[in-house]
Design a protein around this ligand. Structure first.
Ligand SMILES: Nc1ncnc2c1ncn2[C@@H]1O[C@H](COP(=O)(O)OP(=O)(O)OP(=O)(O)O)[C@@H](O)[C@H]1O
Length: 246
């Protein structure tokens, strides 16, 4: 399969309400994609399906070179297969330093004991510093994460996900609550990450989406309404009607 993820004909019904309706979506192995759509369009439910949190009633979700079905895997198996998800609110360990947060995320021994008590190896130290450089926190490694700005915490969490080397990173509204400078840095970071993996960004902020400069998928009522460049989709009459509430 040429695509990393292929979602085909997926539908989900909650109490008789079709939240996802015959949705098809695919993304390549090194691609940045923005997903936009009005409230209730199905963006969160889509990510829940890919990560195994919600099971679709019908359709398929295929993954990787072997076209493996993700529907047969549970949430932790999907995470181990290489799907990372960043929720809107940062969830870093506030009492730990930036360095220690990245070190914990890197741990190969993921038992609680191993995560808490094993010391970083020299190779880990190099990787931690590379990651800190990549997320723009190289100067902040010794700081307590709780002291970081909102934007810096978001970058740290992205760094913690990158530490696990996901092949697909799902990011929910990264720009929310960020200053303009933070948003610009976040754009650069996501673009860089997408050079070596697939990155899907769900975002409401159109200026942010414009800066991502990538293919956009517009969801509406659980289906893909339009797909293409931001200019292409914002000229689409169906998209205009949906956004203007007609
Ligand atoms: N567990 C659930 N039970 C019932 N309805 C649900 C459930 N989860 C989602 N829905 C409904 O499915 C629809 C799609 O919701 P979803 O949260 O995926 O939309 P969204 O595009 O992420 O919206 P937003 O931009 O507001 O976050 C909504 O109408 C929502 O109310």
């Amino acid at each position: 399969m040429s695509q990393l993820l292929e979602v085909s004909g997926v539908s989900v019904t909650f109490d008789g309400f079709r939240a996802i309706n015959n949705l098809s979506f695919s993304i390549g192995a090194a691609e940045l994609r923005a997903i936009i759509g009005p409230n209730g369009a199905g963006k969160t439910t889509f990510m829940d399906i890919v990560t195994g949190k919600t099971r679709p009633d019908e359709g398929s979700v295929r993954w990787g070179d072997m076209s493996q079905s993700l529907l047969k895997l549970n949430e932790s198996q999907i995470a181990r297969a290489g799907v990372g998800r960043k929720f809107q609110r940062p969830t870093v360990f506030e009492d730990q330093s930036v360095y220690d947060n990245l070190a914990m995320a890197l741990k190969k021994d993921r038992t609680p004991w191993g995560v808490l008590f094993s010391r970083p190896q020299p190779a880990d130290d190099t990787r931690i510093r590379e990651l800190a450089e990549e997320i723009g926190l190289a100067e902040q490694l010794d700081r307590k994460s709780g002291e970081l700005s909102h934007g810096q915490k978001q970058w740290l969490e992205i760094g913690m996900l990158l530490a696990q080397e996901p092949r697909l990173l799902l990011v929910d509204e990264p720009a929310a609550g960020m200053t303009l400078a933070e948003r610009e840095h976040t754009t650069d970071l996501l673009k860089e990450a997408a050079k070596t993996r697939a990155v899907v960004v769900v975002e409401h902020d159109m200026e942010f989406v414009r800066r991502l400069d990538c293919k956009v998928t517009v969801l509406h009522e659980g289906s893909v309404l339009a797909e293409g460049s931001l200019d292409h989709v914002t000229k689409n009459q169906d998209v205009i009607d949906v956004y203007l509430g007609r």
